[in-house]
Design a protein around this ligand. Structure first.
Ligand code: PLP
Length: 288
């Protein structure tokens, strides 16, 4: 069941467009939306999440995101999230709001737990938040992070809330004029960005790293593979840098051309064509 906090009109001005639902309660005042201080997500980062885009027609690929939330939860040994409840929460945060472009963040943790790494006691915590966002630039600059992605780690391929490594790497990229940091894995192959997958254009060939290399199985990645025909192969940094073009994908970036990778400039013509195909296909169907 969803209940609503106080008078929405009284809080809307202070909170902007951000609206948060926590364990069955919708808060129009985001500062009133809280979880317990002993939540295992807060104490040790024991939780998983999803980020999805909201278009004027509604949220994009909810089904795929909830399925991945379940896969991530299982990999952390958490109980399966309740998809009906998550959908109810999404409807609640979007109710009476029209977003030109928005984002939804779903966070699912083990709930209350010990002040250490032993298993949480539960029940799980489910948080769903919605906010408006600005469209991103069609092309961007990326920077190689000095740290590696561990493709054999327990969190490889898990959309875990333990994202401090990504926060660190993204800050490193931002300090160098990039909007994304690219991580090389321990085997020396290009893996992914902190919040995106990476693709390379070689003539007519499109290539993206295999899932064995440790990237998240991106939903945008899967759609680009399906709609544009992409070969999965692992490339060293040197091989990857020799690409004609490079682009990155994510639920909020869609297909975004890379005009600069570290100190090398790239054209973005083919990336723009692929971005157009993605925009057309995704606008035609919210649940492809
Ligand atoms: N890789 C990582 C580490 C991510 O966090 C994300 C999403 O934020 C992606 C890739 C792209 O995945 P998706 O296209 O499902 O958003």
């Amino acid at each position: 069941m969803t209940t609503t906090s106080a008078d929405p009109s009284a809080t809307a001005a202070a909170s902007g467009d951000l609206r948060i639902w926590v364990n069955g309660t919708l808060y129009d005042d985001p500062s009133a939306a809280t979880i317990g201080a002993a939540d295992h997500g807060l104490v040790v980062g024991d939780g998983v999440f999803e980020t999805l885009k909201v278009l004027p027609a509604g949220p994009f690929t909810v089904g795929r995101h909830l399925d991945r939330l379940t896969r991530s939860a299982r990999l952390l040994g958490l109980p399966d999230p309740d998809h009906d409840q998550a959908r109810e929460a999404i409807d609640a945060v979007l109710a009476d709001r029209a977003y030109e472009l928005g984002k939804i963040r779903i966070t699912y943790t083990g709930g209350r737990g010990p002040l250490g790494s032993q298993a949480p006691f539960g029940p799980p915590t489910l948080v769903v938040a919605a906010d408006s966002i600005e469209p991103l630039e069609p092309t961007t600059a990326i920077v190689t992070a000095p740290w590696t992605r561990n493709e054999r780690g327990a969190l490889a391929g898990v959309k875990s809330i333990s994202y401090a490594e990504n926060v660190r790497a993204l800050a490193y990229a931002a300090e160098r004029g990039g909007t994304e940091a690219i991580l090389i894995n321990n085997a020396g192959h290009v893996c992914e960005g902190t919040g995106s997958n990476i693709f390379f254009v070689f003539g007519d060939d499109l290539v993206t790293p295999t899932l064995e290399a440790g990237p998240l199985a991106g939903i945008t990645r899967a759609l680009v593979i399906e709609w544009c025909g992409v070969r999965e192969a692992d490339l060293t940094e040197v091989e990857a840098r020799a690409a004609d073009e490079v682009f990155i994908t994510s639920s909020l970036r869609d297909v975004q051309g890379v005009h600069r990778w570290d100190d090398k400039e790239y054209p973005t013509t083919r990336s723009a064509e692929l971005a157009k195909i993605f925009a057309e296909r995704s606008a035609a169907d919210l649940e492809p």
